[in-house]
Design a protein around this ligand. Structure first.
Ligand code: ACO
Length: 384
């Protein structure tokens, strides 16, 4: 009798632990999320995106002087290489924004003297260049593709406000800056989701940070991962008016259509990020000329939360449900929502690359071969 265990195939790696991490802890049963032990509620309430990024990369919250120095480093990297900016209009009209960003983010490596250096110090520098760079790239790419003048970065604004300034050409309101900061903090890291895992697999070959992050962006692009925020907003737009919610909901149920922005693989209660972004969306909606999108979302969520179908399956609004509204009210069009996700998650991906390289083991799982065995080779002229 063979003592070898039958190989088990776990499709989608569901429930498999492939590494340890000190970056984020997702408590799906209780609806809590911690970055390096800090509750996200506290990080949003008291801090900003820069502080969260510092925490993820360095392992502790910055002192005043560490914070100032870190902020200055990110500000330096808001300025993209001149020749890279000249490349922005060269892609064909109609190139989808995430394809453009993936291309230019990859190109940025060519101007980075430490791009091939996987030492911790070099990677912390590369991470800063990538995190600041993707925000400048998105703002610039959008202005070029919509035929507007590029807006140069401001040195006096924080990362979130400067992005909105470069994107819209106007200094954001206090509420808009706070909402953007909350959005960026809340999307920064979330365990071993598909794109983070992709980054870590790439890093595990001792490839460089740029390659890992471009690979992660490719994984994020898929509709099963980063595409839900855009789909949620398009669904609110399709509903059109709060009075249409009830009929739309009944029809969706009858057609077994999924409500985008509801349900989560890990959270079986409210996604804590959704609750925070809901309040930010409420504030922005009150000041907006289009409050109906928030009203539609609220009414739809209420219908779902009170319906036995959703209650039995423990389906609650997730981060993308209210994240979509926040970015909509910040003036970002839906075709950019997947990159908005990346604008924040790039910091988490970078932290994971650093963590992977600090204690590397090549990720090399196996596939169970189920194809034909022992086939006889027939020369081409004899094949029928
Ligand atoms: N609307 C209606 N029914 C749903 C929904 C939904 N949004 N989500 C799950 N269900 C139902 C399924 O049809 C299934 O029903 P059944 O048991 O009768 O077959 C049951 O709930 C369980 O669904 P699964 O797909 O097995 O649950 P899973 O944990 O794999 O799915 C997922 C999680 C993919 C997020 C799912 O809830 C979904 O598709 N939601 C909509 C898309 C979305 O919002 N994605 C963003 C996730 S958050 C993020 O990526 C940042």
């Amino acid at each position: 009798m063979s003592t070898q265990r039958e190989p088990q195939v776990v499709r989608g790696l569901e429930g498999i632990y492939v590494a340890t991490t000190e970056l984020s802890r997702v408590d799906g049963e209780n609806g809590r999320l911690y970055y390096r032990g800090y509750d996200i509620h506290d990080l949003v309430k008291y801090g900003d995106f820069e502080e969260t990024v510092f925490l993820l990369w360095y392992g502790h919250l910055p002192t005043e002087s560490e914070y100032d120095a870190f902020r200055k480093r990110l500000i330096n990297y808001r300025f993209l290489p001149e020749n890279l900016i000249k490349m922005l209009p060269l892609l064909p009209q109609g190139t989808i924004p995430i394809t453009a960003i993936r291309t230019f983010l990859s190109a940025l490596a060519a101007w980075d003297p430490w791009a091939e250096d996987n030492s911790r110090d070099a990677e912390l520098e590369n991470a800063a260049r990538l995190t600041a760079g993707i925000a400048s790239l998105l703002a610039k790419v959008q202005r070029v593709r919509t035929g507007q003048e590029i807006v140069e970065p401001r040195l006096d604004l924080d990362h979130a406000s400067n992005f909105l300034y470069m994107f819209t050409g106007k200094e954001p309101s206090t509420e808009a800056s706070a909402a953007m900061n909350a959005f960026l903090i809340l999307y920064a890291d979330h365990g071993f989701n598909a794109s983070t895992f992709t980054a870590r697999v790439t890093a595990s070959t001792l490839s460089d940070m740029y390659s890992a992050i471009v690979a992660a962006l490719g994984a994020l692009k898929g509709p099963l991962h980063g595409g839900a925020m855009e789909a949620a907003m398009r669904q609110f737009i399709e509903i059109g008016h709060p009075e249409n919610v009830d009929a739309w909901f009944e029809k969706a149920l009858a057609q077994k259509r999924r409500i985008m922005g509801i349900g989560h693989r890990v959270y079986k209660t409210w996604d804590p990020r959704a609750r925070i972004l809901r309040e930010r969306a409420r504030v922005l909606a009150e000041k907006s000329s289009e409050p109906q999108w928030f009203e539609i979302a609220e009414r739809l969520a209420e219908r779902a939360l009170n319906h036995p179908y959703f209650q039995e399956r423990r389906l609650f609004p997730n981060v993308d449900y209210y994240g979509a509204l926040v970015v909509y009210y910040l003036g970002i069009p839906p075709e950019l929502y997947t990159i908005m996700f990346a604008l924040s998650r790039v910091a988490g991906w970078a932290a994971h690359v650093i963590e992977q390289h600090a204690d590397n083991r090549l990720m090399r799982p196996r596939a169970l071969y189920v194809g034909p065995e022992h086939r006889e080779y027939v020369p081409r002229e004899k094949r029928t």
